[in-house]
Design a binder for this molecule. Structure first.
Ligand SMILES: *[C@@H]1O[C@H](CO)[C@@H](O)[C@H](O)[C@H]1NC(C)=O
Ligand SMILES: *[C@@H]1O[C@H](CO)[C@@H](O)[C@H](O)[C@H]1NC(C)=O
Ligand SMILES: *[C@@H]1O[C@H](CO)[C@@H](O)[C@H](O)[C@H]1NC(C)=O
Ligand SMILES: *[C@@H]1O[C@H](CO)[C@@H](O)[C@H](O)[C@H]1NC(C)=O
Ligand SMILES: *[C@@H]1O[C@H](CO)[C@@H](O)[C@H](O)[C@H]1NC(C)=O
Ligand SMILES: *[C@@H]1O[C@H](CO)[C@@H](O)[C@H](O)[C@H]1NC(C)=O
Ligand SMILES: *[C@@H]1O[C@H](CO)[C@@H](O)[C@H](O)[C@H]1NC(C)=O
Ligand SMILES: *[C@@H]1O[C@H](CO)[C@@H](O)[C@H](O)[C@H]1NC(C)=O
Length: 543
């Protein structure tokens, strides 16, 4: 290669802006990861119980990769505890699959059958152009409530926001989640009997939490150095609760939402819904000391669970040189005058033309009073025995192949589909009787297979067809939400509420993009073919 002055300069510039000091991006590699799914005793909030974990940890082992790498994740199901589901299935949340590998996608009864106890499955994930903050969790029923959740970070060596921060590593990930003392089989039985979503005992911040009257479990400490700018990757691993994030005396500059870069936007409080991720930059520009990171949550009527105290959900930002003590200030729920992030204020970093809608689909979400049942357009989703993908590959491509309860929409290829969640004024009336909180307030829809454009946020009246962000989870509430996506990725993609209690109660649909394209695709591998027969042969208690 001939080195010109210009190419040298470009290389120098590049090395300054690149994540590592390398002149060129690292070679794309195939990275092997093993997740042993095991029951272990753990006490994240001081209450000891058996949990389901990835490699014995809560949250599970961190998975990292660089943009363009391929992850090969071997999931070994070693579950034994009968108070929780013993089969499992992994969702790599926000990672897109295609018609070539939809069978690797791990959505039970849509793209695969669950993995039986003592069996393994190897998920191969070519990461393509995706980069950012993602996570993995069990997608089987509400199993992730028992602890099977962990982070998945894809670093972009050429991150366009690289000049905005100095530090971004495995110590700058914030995982918030809700936590229950009981295991999911009795919790789900209670939900089915009463229609009341189990109220969590606590919230955890990177796996540490407290409940009223419980031991003073040390709060998670985030160490920083004065003067440095940190990229924190906040993942809401909640199965129900809404957390509101803030750091005393510090601003948060949002630079990405659900793995899609946004124009940098500074706020001091962020409300995150289940499944959502925000990447923020925090400048450690305050006097050396200890500061509260507030992550209070709401989720259900706290009088139904006296352990719950959202204010105890927090962590500590500790400057180098500060004493190892709790911050002196009071534990608040956030700034007195919050500059709250409104997702409708976010703009995509890379502008794109949003195509007009070719078709509309209206989804009315209604909960049945007193029952653990949610309906989409009057139908409560029930997973079929034969997964959607299996049927399609077997040539069943007519609407008639899908029972009404499969809520399956067959969408033509290469169309722009607009999903309208209409406003509803009767939220309160519907929900107050069965639970003090408004269920729909915490409803958040998550699309597999594609990002959607957020045309209308629940938090704004504006219909934005010009420069909306793209993401994969958005809250759906009484003010109405509109999203739009292209059917340019053939596959049967689950589109469901990320409050997994609601999903389990039927708040789900399947968006099948280009059914004929899928049917004409390659057969999945032999390992996948064995999942359904093995699962179907299990006695019910091992499923
Ligand atoms: C799994 O393997 C262990 C050890 O071989 C055995 O004790 C257990 O019964 C097996 N579990 C199932 C569900 O087959
Ligand atoms: C879990 O639920 C069962 C059934 O309601 C109950 O008997 C048990 O005491 C609960 N355990 C805990 C730790 O709450
Ligand atoms: C996580 O999502 C839940 C459910 O939507 C929400 O209650 C909670 O506030 C969210 N957490 C954060 C940190 O925003
Ligand atoms: C929650 O915890 C805070 C901090 O310890 C305490 O001040 C408050 O009284 C608790 N709330 C309840 C309802 O116990
Ligand atoms: C979709 O709905 C919007 C809003 O009601 C309407 O303006 C538009 O014409 C509809 N598009 C199609 C293709 O029906
Ligand atoms: C098929 O749908 C009907 C309602 O249309 C429902 O009653 C029935 O249980 C469903 N069958 C299966 C196997 O899910
Ligand atoms: C959809 O668009 C892609 C890319 O332009 C093209 O390859 C494919 O054939 C189209 N599919 C159909 C069914 O038109
Ligand atoms: C939707 O917006 C309305 C009106 O601002 C608000 O009352 C409701 O809590 C919001 N719902 C969600 C899910 O954010």
């Amino acid at each position: 290669m001939k080195l010109t002055v210009t190419s040298l300069l470009l290389a120098l510039l590049h090395s300054r802006s690149a994540f590592s000091a390398a002149v060129t991006a690292p070679a794309k590699v195939t990275k092997q990861v093993t997740l042993d799914i095991v029951n272990v005793e753990a006490a994240p909030d001081g209450f000891q119980r058996s949990i389901i974990s990835a490699n014995g940890k809560y949250p599970g082992t961190l998975i990292t990769a660089n943009k363009g790498d391929t992850l090969v994740v071997t999931v070994n199901n070693k579950l034994t505890d009968a108070t929780m589901r013993r089969s499992t299935s992994m969702d790599f949340d926000g990672i897109f699959f295609t018609t070539q590998n939809a069978f690797m996608e791990g959505t039970p009864f849509v793209t695969a059958c669950p993995i039986a106890p003592n069996a393994s499955f190897v998920y191969t994930l070519p990461l393509g152009e995706q980069a950012g903050t993602f996570w993995y969790h069990s997608q089987l029923s509400v199993q992730y409530v028992d602890g099977l959740r962990g982070p998945l970070i894809i670093y972009d060596p050429e991150d366009p926001h690289r000049n905005l921060y100095d530090v971004d590593n495995e110590d700058t990930i914030w995982q918030v989640g809700d936590w229950w003392h009981n295991s999911t089989i009795p919790l789900l039985d209670g939900y089915v009997a009463t229609g009341i979503v189990p109220v969590s005992d606590s919230g955890t911040f990177n796996g540490a939490g407290r409940f009223n009257g419980g031991p003073e479990v040390p709060f998670f400490v985030q160490n920083v150095q004065a003067g440095k700018r940190y990229r924190f990757r906040i993942i809401n691993q909640s199965a129900r609760n809404v957390f509101t994030m803030s750091v005393d005396n510090h601003d948060l500059t949002v630079i990405a939402a659900d793995g899609v870069e946004t124009v940098a936007h500074t706020v001091n409080e962020i409300q995150m819904f289940a499944g959502q991720r925000y990447d923020v930059v925090l400048h450690a520009n305050q006097p050396v000391g200890n500061y509260w990171i507030n992550a209070p949550f709401v989720g259900g009527d706290p009088t139904r669970n006296l352990n719950q105290n959202g204010t105890l959900s927090r962590a500590i930002l500790r400057y180098a040189g500060a004493r190892a003590v709790d911050p002196a200030g009071p534990m608040t729920d956030g700034p007195a005058n919050p500059n709250l992030l409104l997702e409708s204020d976010l703009r995509p970093l890379v502008p794109e033309v949003v195509p007009p809608a070719d078709m509309n689909i209206t989804l009315e979400l209604v909960v049945t009073t007193g029952k653990a049942q949610w309906n989409v357009n009057g139908v409560s989703y029930l997973p079929p025995t034969t997964p959607t993908l299996v049927k399609i590959l077997d040539g069943q491509t007519d609407q008639a192949a899908f029972n009404q309860t499969e809520n399956t929409f067959l969408l033509p290829a290469n169309q722009t589909v607009q999903i309208i969640f209409p406003p509803s004024e009767d939220d309160e009336a519907h929900h107050k009787k069965i639970d003090q909180d408004v269920h729909r307030r915490a409803t958040a829809f998550h699309l597999h297979g594609n990002n959607f454009w957020l045309i209308k946020s629940n938090f704004s009246d504006v219909i934005n067809e010009v420069n909306p962000i793209r993401r994969d989870v958005a809250p759906v509430g009484s003010a109405g939400t509109i999203v739009r996506f292209r059917t340019d990725n053939p596959g049967p993609w689950f589109f469901h509420c990320h409050i997994f209690w609601h999903m389990q109660a039927g708040l789900a649909t399947v968006m099948v993009q280009d059914v004929d394209g899928i049917a004409a695709g390659d057969r999945p591998n032999q390992a996948w073919e064995t999942l359904c027969p093995a699962y179907d042969a299990l006695p019910a208690e091992l499923q």
